[in-house]
Design a protein around this ligand. Structure first.
Ligand code: AMP
Ligand code: ZN
Length: 700
């Protein structure tokens, strides 16, 4: 346990060996690409923005030290291009601030006292505060020029956000034009959110269509607003409350005809913006705290999520004098609600299998009310979490809802533990399909290896199977897959090629006519011949993306050749593993995934089934007349005319394999200055060594 690599504390970049750096860059390129798709195309991020940024930073740090290892598919090449950052950047005319947080009454009293001191007000002076609920959504800035909506942006880092103008135009309630008495330039700050019932309905729809549900209304609102296709945003129920403003002209307070925040809220309403109707003006701290208590009591009944209340100094001249400290105004504070907690007993620990095969332990609870909602399940996240908390069946625990729909177990009350319980033992097999469940080094999750047979993963696998870079089967959309699957027409990928036997049954279904069924069957028939690399990619083996599938197809040539090698790998054949890992771009953890997939007899049955229904074309190397076609090339040392990445893709485009180390199979070693052990090995084995110039000539 002690020397196990902890992903939270990575090796410092200075200490990385070249091999480690190359492996990590490969893993990062893959991970970041997966997160990009999850975030931008499926609006279902699986990690936080901060974690995502950390991955990108790590990638950049390694690349700047090991410049020559920069990959052709490096995420750094994608900066600014869709879909990694899909939206144009907007610099806010005035920064969008955050708020200081307070968790108890003493903090609020201190806040008011601080203001009194700062403004040198004596005790008799009243400091009025506007009290508003703190909406748990995402903040946006709406810019109006000459009373016309011209630009909308997310908060981003406060200074720059993303341009989501087209999407915000689809949000009902955001005025496109303002009345004549509105200022020439006006930036409105508002909280976009989704109501709880609409969120529930959206999630039901997501599930029915075979898409991943959102964790909470805030995620759903953010995902809906940050869509590359504004038609999707338009189909989502979004609302907003205006609570503030940024740049405004004429800039003077008096000219605004408002001396107070309260008057400004009145102005916002007159100009056509919805503001929160619970907002109220209070003169004394005790009255503010009473508002807090009232609001907390009403929290569960409100149609939208809130996570506290906000107090703001009412007088605008005082706001101006108070200014801001770092990123928050001195004249406002958020009084947060505590997380909603309750005590209950875990009846059992169950394991759920997600759509991507991840096993998530779930605590089944004696039902209990938390913040107005009856809760019977709580997530335990993963095995490490269970171990850390030492959660056992029959334990009395504290659970907590923190915005998310699914509550978490935060603590075990060990005093109440009954005698004779055992620590939790992770499952070794998938509870849905009995396939082996493995956990790879550095990953928190355990996953099912029965991709092709696991009912929990079926719909997702089928969607992947027909996707553009796999079988590219148009006419069988996500909705159809989910519906066919639910009715048992489609269980495994090979069933697709038997749908022609069910055409009568399908044409009876709603939305299907004889013509559309015929089109589908024709489209399926066109997919019966498929290149090996697409076939491999379509299987959806963990970590085997398009690039890896291509490498495998190139190495093993035919489906038969590949299956034979992978079967040997699964049996633990060392030589096969060495050969596989020697392919540049394939590492030990990918080899583990391939081995796990091929060790599963259910998966092999599906492969046999597919093999019988299809003609999988052997890999054909492009440009077969090139002298490099079919040759194995290894690069070493520094190249002068191009990067290692470019040299590699050039060689591959001419039909060569690029390997990471020299062996008997190597045809050429291309050695730049600084070549070391590889050159020595090549000399020993009699492998032909080329200078960079000789190699470029050979490439033509
Ligand atoms: P924080 O995200 O903790 O920095 O809190 C600041 C955020 O609270 C702002 O950026 C807004 O998105 C959000 N917010 C929600 N309701 C209000 C409100 N009534 N007044 C100000 N900010 C609010
Ligand atoms: Zn399974």
């Amino acid at each position: 346990m002690a020397e196990k690599k902890n992903p939270a504390t990575p090796i410092p970049v200075e200490d990385l060996t070249e091999l480690e750096a190359a492996r990590e860059l490969a893993a990062l390129a893959k991970d970041i690409a997966i997160h990009d798709v999850a975030y931008h195309q499926q609006d279902a991020p699986t990690i936080s923005d901060a974690e995502y940024d950390a991955l990108r930073q790590r990638n950049m740090a390694i690349e700047s030290k090991f410049f020559h290892l920069m990959r052709p598919d490096s995420p750094s090449h994608r900066v600014g291009a869709a879909p990694a950052s899909g939206f144009a950047k907007v610099t806010h005319a005035k920064p969008m601030l955050s708020l200081d947080n307070a968790f108890d009454e003493a903090h609020i009293t201190a806040f008011v006292e601080r203001i009194r001191r700062f403004l040198s007000l004596d005790e008799s002076e009243t400091i009025e505060l506007v009290c508003e609920p703190k909406i748990d959504g995402l903040s946006v800035s709406l810019r109006y020029e000459n009373r016309t909506f011209v630009q909308g942006a997310t908060r981003g880092d406060g200074t720059t956000g993303e341009d989501v103008t087209a999407n915000l135009r689809t949000v009902t309630g955001i005025p496109k034009t303002l009345p004549d008495d509105a200022p020439d330039i006006l930036e409105i700050r508002a909280e976009v959110h989704m109501r709880r019932d609409e969120f529930q309905a959206l999630n039901d729809r997501q599930e029915a269509e075979g898409n991943k549900p959102f964790a909470n209304p805030r995620n759903a609102a953010a995902g809906s607003l940050r869509q590359l296709d504004s038609k999707i945003t338009a189909s989502r129920p979004l609302h907003f409350f205006a609570y503030g403003w940024g740049e405004m002209s004429p800039p003077g307070i008096d000219e605004m005809n408002a001396a107070t925040h309260w008057d400004m809220l009145e102005n916002l309403r007159r100009w056509g913006f919805e503001t929160n109707h619970l907002a109220t003006l209070r003169a004394r701290v005790e009255d503010c705290l009473a508002f807090y208590k009232d609001t907390e009591a009403r929290r569960a009944d409100l149609p939208y999520d809130i996570d506290g209340v906000v107090y703001k100094v009412n007088r605008l001249d005082w706001q101006q004098r108070l200014g801001q400290v770092s990123r928050a105004p001195r004249w406002a504070i958020a009084h947060k609600f505590p997380a909603e907690q309750a005590q209950t007993v875990i009846t059992e620990i169950d394991v759920q299998v997600g759509r991507t095969g991840v096993l998530t332990p779930v605590a089944r609870l004696e039902p209990v009310t938390v913040g107005g909602v009856v809760v019977a399940n709580a997530t335990l996240h993963n095995e490490d979490m269970i171990k850390k908390l030492d959660v056992r069946e029959k334990d009395t625990v504290i659970i907590q809802r923190a915005g998310d729909v699914i509550p978490q177990v935060v603590k075990v009350i060990t005093d109440k533990r009954p005698a004779g319980t055992d620590p939790y033992e992770p499952l070794t097999h998938c509870p849905e399909c009995e396939s082996l469940a493995i956990r790879e080094e550095g990953e928190a999750a355990r996953r099912c290896t029965g991709g092709l047979v696991c009912p929990a993963q079926a719909v997702e696998r089928l969607k992947h199977f027909v996707s553009r870079n796999a079988f590219d089967l148009e006419g069988l959309g996500a909705k159809h897959i989910a519906a066919f699957w639910a009715d048992g027409i489609l269980k495994s990928p090979a069933d697709i090629f038997r749908l022609d036997e069910k055409s009568d049954e399908i044409s009876q279904r709603e939305g299907w006519g004889a013509q559309s069924v015929e089109n589908l069957i024709n489209a399926i028939n066109e997919c019966r011949v498929i290149p090996l690399e697409r076939f491999i990619f379509a299987l959806g083996i963990h970590q085997v993306g398009q690039a890896t599938a291509r490498l495998l197809a190139r190495e093993y040539g035919s489906l038969e050749g590949w299956r034979k090698a992978m079967a040997a790998l699964a049996k633990g054949d060392e030589e096969t593993r060495a050969e596989l890992e020697n392919i540049d771009g394939i590492g030990p953890s990918m080899a583990d995934d391939l081995a796990a997939f091929f060790a599963e007899t259910h998966n092999m049955a599906v492969l046999d089934d597919l093999d019988a229904a299809l003609e999988v074309e052997p890999f054909t190397a492009p440009a077969s007349d090139s002298p490099l076609s079919g040759k194995t090339v290894v690069f070493t040392g520094t190249l002068e005319s191009m990067s290692r990445g470019e040299a590699k893709s050039r060689a591959e485009s001419l039909g060569a394999h690029v390997a990471g180390s020299v062996s008997k199979k190597t045809d050429y070693l291309v050695a730049g200055p600084g070549a070391g052990s590889k050159a020595k090995k090549a000399a020993e084995l009699g492998v032909r060594v080329l200078t960079e110039a000789e190699w470029t000539e050979m490439c033509g």
